[in-house]
Design a protein around this ligand. Structure first.
Ligand code: FES
Length: 107
């Protein structure tokens, strides 16, 4: 991936600190982000706030590429931030890069 404008990488975690299938909450300035390490070791990041009533997605149950909100069970694809039917909406997703065991958010 090429560099885009003033994009910068911000270190947010070590891969070894992310348990597979368990969300981790991190903060970037005042943004709350949920990191997810999936079964195949891909790492994805979305806003840690459900579009329904702000449930903390980092505390949800992960299944495949999805997390189930801990409050009312909305199902959200962590790879693109889309809420799955029958519910609607989306959460902000963040670009993630992993290099030498370190996880970066690219902004
Ligand atoms: S707050 Fe997430 S489903 Fe209601």
């Amino acid at each position: 991936m090429g560099k885009v404008g003033s994009a910068k990488r911000i270190e947010v975690a070590k891969v070894e600190d992310l348990a597979v299938g368990v969300g981790k909450r991190v903060e970037l300035q005042d943004e709350k982000i949920a990191l997810f390490r999936l079964n195949d070791d891909r790492v994805h990041a979305v806003q840690n706030s459900c579009p329904h009533k702000q449930g903390p997605l980092s505390e949800g149950i992960v299944s495949g590429d999805h997390v189930f909100c801990p409050l009312h069970d909305w199902k959200i694809d962590v790879t693109d931030g889309m809420v799955q039917a029958p519910d609607e909406g989306c959460v902000k997703r963040y670009d993630v890069e992993v290099e030498n065991g370190t996880v970066y958010i690219v902004k």
